[in-house]
Design a protein around this ligand. Structure first.
Ligand SMILES: Cc1cc2nc3c(=O)[nH]c(=O)nc-3n(C[C@H](O)[C@H](O)[C@H](O)COP(=O)(O)OP(=O)(O)OC[C@H]3O[C@@H](n4cnc5c(N)ncnc54)[C@H](O)[C@@H]3O)c2cc1C
Length: 381
C-alpha cells in the first residue's frame, strides 16, 4: 500500500486549521488538513464572529491589529466568490460599575498606546452611537469603529479554498484517530482513511485538542465550556454596533442581512462539548436584551444553538511547539479565537518554518502553566 506523505498534517478544519493550511501552502509546504466533520463544524461555525482591536494584553492587541487589516481586504486577497461580509459597525463594551469603568478606561489608554483607535464613551455618547440602547445603569463604554462583524463560514471557506488552489489537501469527514510517533517525535497522523506521514503536525482541534495531547502523552489545561446563542428573523438595518454588557455578559449585534445575533454567559451551562440548548437560555437572553434594547421585543427568534469555548486558566491561547517535538499547538482560545484566524495562521506557518514570528507569541507558550507565568486577558468574558 502506498504511504501518504506530506510536509505538514493539520488536525481541525476550523478557521485556525484552514488559515494555517493557507499560510503553509503559500510558503511552499505540502499540507494535508483533516476535519472529522465538515469545515466550520466546531467553534468557528457556532461563534458570534465579533472582531475587535479591543484587547488588554500587548500580544493580543498586536495580533488583533493584523486581523482587522486582513479582514478589510480578505475578499480581494483570497479571491473567494462569496464575501466575508466585513462590516465595521463598531463594538462597544459597556461598564455598569466603577471598577468595570476603570478597567475599560485603562484598557483604552493601553490600546491607544499601541496605536489602536479605541475611545471611552459617556452614556450620552453611547446613545448617540447606539440610539436604541437603554442606557439606564450604564456608566460608560469602550468603543472602536473598526471592530464589528465578518461571516465565520465564508472566512474559513475562503482560507480552505485558497489553500487548495495552492496544492493543500483538505480532507473533510476524516477524523484523526492517533499520532504517528517516531523516535519520540510527531511524524504524522492515523486517520479513518489511512495514515499520513508528515515532518510536523499542527493541532487546531479547538476544545478537542485535549484528546490529541493525550495521544502525545501530555495534558492540556483546557476546559470546554458550553455557550448558547440565537439568531432572529431579519429586520431593517439600523444604526447599531456590536454591544457587550459587562453586568451579565449579554451581547448582541445586527448582521448585514438584518438578523440579530444574541448571546449571554449562562452560568448554568455545562462544561462539555455537547451541542445542547435549553429554554432557560432562550428566556434569559431575550428578557435581558429586551430590557437593554426594548425595540427587540417584537422580533422573532429563528434558531438557537450552542458551541464550546476552549478555556485555559488565564483565558489566553496556547501557541507554539508542544512538549513533543514536531507537534505544534494552536488551541485554548477561550471564547475569542475566531478573529485570530488570520494572524495566528501566519504565525503557525512561521513557527513550523522555523522563522521568527511577526509578533512575539512566546507569552502563549505551553510551558507557562508549569512555570506559573500566566498572563490574564482582561478583555474577555
Ligand atoms: C457561542 C460562541 C460565541 C463565540 N463568539 C466569538 C466571537 O464573537 N469572536 C471570536 O473571535 N470568537 C468567538 N468564539 C470563539 C471561537 O468560536 C473559537 O475561539 C474559534 O472558532 C476557534 O477556532 P479553531 O479553528 O481553533 O477551533 P474550531 O473551530 O473548534 O475547530 C476545531 C475543529 O477540529 C475538529 N476536530 C476535533 N477533533 C478532531 C479530530 N480528531 N480529527 C479531525 N478533526 C477534529 C472539529 O470538528 C472542529 O471542526 C465564540 C465561541 C462560541 C461557542
Amino acid at each position: 500500500m502506498s504511504v501518504n506523505k506530506v510536509d505538514v498534517a493539520i488536525i481541525g478544519g476550523g478557521v485556525h486549521g484552514c488559515s494555517t493550511a493557507y499560510h503553509l501552502a503559500q510558503k511552499g509546504f505540502k499540507v494535508a488538513l483533516f476535519e472529522r466533520d465538515y469545515l466550520t463544524s466546531g467553534g468557528t461555525g457556532r461563534c458570534a464572529a465579533g472582531i475587535r482591536l479591543q484587547f488588554g494584553t500587548e500580544a493580543n492587541c498586536l495580533l488583533a491589529q493584523y486581523n482587522i487589516k486582513c479582514f478589510k481586504t480578505m475578499d480581494q486577497d483570497l479571491g473567494f466568490p462569496i464575501t466575508i461580509e466585513y462590516d465595521p459597525a463598531g463594538y462597544m463594551w459597556i461598564a455598569y460599575t466603577e471598577p468595570q469603568a476603570q478597567l475599560l478606561q485603562r484598557n483604552v489608554a493601553f490600546q491607544n498606546s499601541l496605536g489602536s483607535p479605541t475611545r471611552y464613551l459617556t452614556p450620552a455618547e453611547i446613545k448617540e452611537l447606539a440610539p436604541h440602547v437603554n442606557t439606564e445603569g450604564m456608566l460608560g463604554a469602550s468603543f472602536c469603529q473598526e471592530d464589528g462583524h465578518v461571516n465565520p463560514h465564508t472566512v474559513t471557506f475562503a482560507y480552505a479554498n485558497a489553500a487548495e488552489k495552492l496544492g493543500a489537501e483538505i480532507h473533510k469527514k476524516t477524523p484523526v484517530t492517533g499520532l504517528i510517533v517516531k523516535n519520540g517525535k510527531a511524524a504524522g497522523v492515523h486517520t479513518t482513511k489511512g495514515d499520513w506521514e508528515a515532518d510536523a503536525v499542527v493541532v487546531c482541534a479547538g476544545a478537542w485538542s485535549v484528546e490529541v495531547a493525550k495521544w502525545a502523552g501530555f495534558d492540556l489545561p483546557i476546559t470546554p465550556e458550553r455557550h448558547q446563542v440565537l439568531i432572529t428573523e431579519p429586520v431593517e438595518r439600523m444604526k447599531h454596533p456590536m454591544v457587550l454588557c459587562l453586568d451579565d455578559g449579554s451581547y448582541w449585534k445586527q448582521c448585514p442581512n438584518g438578523t440579530f445575533y444574541m448571546g449571554w454567559d449562562n452560568p448554568l451551562d455545562e462544561h462539555d462539548t455537547e451541542y445542547i440548548v435549553n429554554w432557560h437560555f432562550l428566556h434569559e437572553v431575550s428578557t435581558r436584551i429586551v430590557a437593554k434594547m426594548p425595540l427587540m421585543a417584537g422580533i422573532r427568534v429563528v434558531r438557537q444553538w450552542s458551541g464550546p469555548y476552549d478555556i485555559t486558566p488565564d483565558k489566553q491561547a496556547i501557541v507554539g511547539e508542544s512538549p513533543m517535538k514536531g507537534l505544534f499547538l494552536d488551541c485554548g482560545w477561550s471564547g475569542h479565537g475566531f478573529q485570530f484566524g488570520p494572524s495566528v495562521g501566519r504565525v503557525m506557518a512561521e513557527l513550523v518554518n522555523n522563522e521568527k514570528p511577526f509578533v512575539d507569541v512566546s507569552v502563549f507558550r505551553y510551558s507557562r502553566f508549569a512555570e506559573n507565568d500566566l498572563f490574564f486577558e482582561p478583555f474577555c468574558i
